[in-house]
Ligand binder design. Structure first.
Ligand SMILES: NC(=O)c1ccc[n+]([C@@H]2O[C@H](COP(=O)([O-])OP(=O)(O)OC[C@H]3O[C@@H](n4cnc5c(N)ncnc54)[C@H](OP(=O)(O)O)[C@@H]3O)[C@@H](O)[C@H]2O)c1
Length: 350
């Protein structure tokens, strides 16, 4: 089969390799119809965790062509994420991929492969931040505001919807042009992150009551602003999607938590050890995986039901292209920050 591999800095090559074999962990083989791209697919072309020879890609949607699973059959339409970019063996930018049935989502019959392909890394990361790593966040008794900084990131758009579905008051930041979009997804109060007074406005509107926040961008500036919005008087959790800079100092009332979506797979994570102050243990990852399965689980988890009932919507698709050979220019556009408020999707099968 053909797959897309890192060749060097900002360059890729298509190689013919064997189809992945099924093992204990990866119990279904999927023929990939559409893939969506994420920033890690793009920055892996610049080095860590990308190395020449690594297979690219995380998100996919396709059809099961081989199965050792008791719940997923040949011919089923599935989507999700694989832990790509960091080894030659896994990556969704390929004609076939092997994955674990219980971390897939059954694609609703009315949903296209294109839309389904956006339900991978961003959705999983939003779930990890809101539910798997931060029990504080979606406690049904949690009446305080949740702040979602960078709500028009793909992660942010899923986080807003999931928090809204959970009945939580959401304060969000986004650019002026995406305010209506973010309100339509369920945010109650939306501020422009470029406004010089944005931190003061968030604090005033929430009355020092933000005890959980997600920085969905992860830059030093956005983390600083997100922490500044969190409560001074109460203890707060601030989740970030990229590791804080080594010299970053949060205020005493804020606990800053970074997690990597890949830990939910409970596979070898030693390639990512450099991102953490201490390695994540297999025991922690197994617990996280168990909780993640309750969200996915092919057709058994919460997410397939929300999609089937059209309560959870996929993110906008801002561009599509066809074929492995046309992916690189879009990864380079993503590196330059030219992809806004939506996903780029590549069709790999007619
Ligand atoms: N921890 C993990 O496991 C994990 C997994 C996946 C991704 N990530 C990281 O998470 C981040 C987001 O990924 P994504 O795929 O969701 O991003 P994305 O969809 O590519 O984000 C694009 C959006 O970022 C927004 N943005 C840019 N600068 C901003 C700022 N200063 N403040 C607020 N919003 C800003 C823009 O909003 P406007 O258009 O409104 O300006 C833009 O639409 C990336 O850094 C990525 O590397 C981490």
């Amino acid at each position: 089969m053909r797959g897309l591999f890192i060749k060097g800095e900002r360059s890729v090559e298509i190689k013919d390799v064997d189809r992945p074999a099924l093992d204990g962990h990866n119990d279904i083989l999927v023929e990939v119809h559409a893939v969506a791209q994420n920033p890690p697919d793009s920055f892996s072309l610049l080095g860590s965790p990308g190395k020449p020879g690594n297979r690219l890609g995380s998100d996919y949607a396709g059809v099961v062509v081989e199965s050792k699973s008791d719940c997923v059959k040949i011919g089923d339409r599935v989507c999700g994420m694989v832990s790509g970019n960091h080894s030659p063996h896994q990556g969704s930018f390929a004609e076939y991929l092997a994955t674990s049935a219980d971390l897939t989502i059954k694609i609703p019959s009315a949903m296209s492969f294109q839309c389904a392909s956006t339900l991978g890394m961003s959705l999983f990361t939003a779930i990890q931040a809101l539910f798997l790593k931060s029990p504080l966040a979606l406690d049904p008794n949690h009446t305080k505001a949740v702040l979602i900084w960078g709500a028009s990131t793909a992660i942010g758009m899923y986080a807003v919807q999931l928090a809204h579905i959970s009945g939580i008051k959401i304060v969000a930041t986004t650019s002026e042009r995406n305010k209506d979009l973010i309100s339509s997804l369920g945010a109650h109060i939306v501020f422009d992150y470029k406004d010089a007074d944005v931190v003061e406005k968030v604090r005033e509107s929430t009355n020092d009551n933000v005890t959980f926040a997600i920085d969905c961008v992860g830059s030093p500036e956005t983390l600083k602003s997100t922490v500044a919005c969190a409560s001074d008087a109460q203890s707060a959790t601030v989740h970030t999607v990229l590791p804080p800079a080594k010299d970053f100092k949060a205020k005493a009332s804020s606990n800053v938590v970074f997690s990597l979506v890949h830990s939910g797979f409970a596979e070898d994570l030693s390639w990512a050890n450099y991102l953490f102050p201490r390695p994540v243990t297999m025991e922690e990852m197994m617990q996280e995986r168990k909780e993640a399965v309750a969200f996915f689980g092919y057709d058994r988890g919460t997410i397939p039901g929300l999609l089937r009932d059209e309560i959870l919507k996929t993110t906008p698709i801002v561009a599509t292209s066809k074929g492995l050979e046309n992916i690189l220019p879009w990864l380079l556009k993503m590196e330059k920050g030219e992809i806004r408020a939506g996903k780029v999707v590549h069709l790999l099968k007619e």
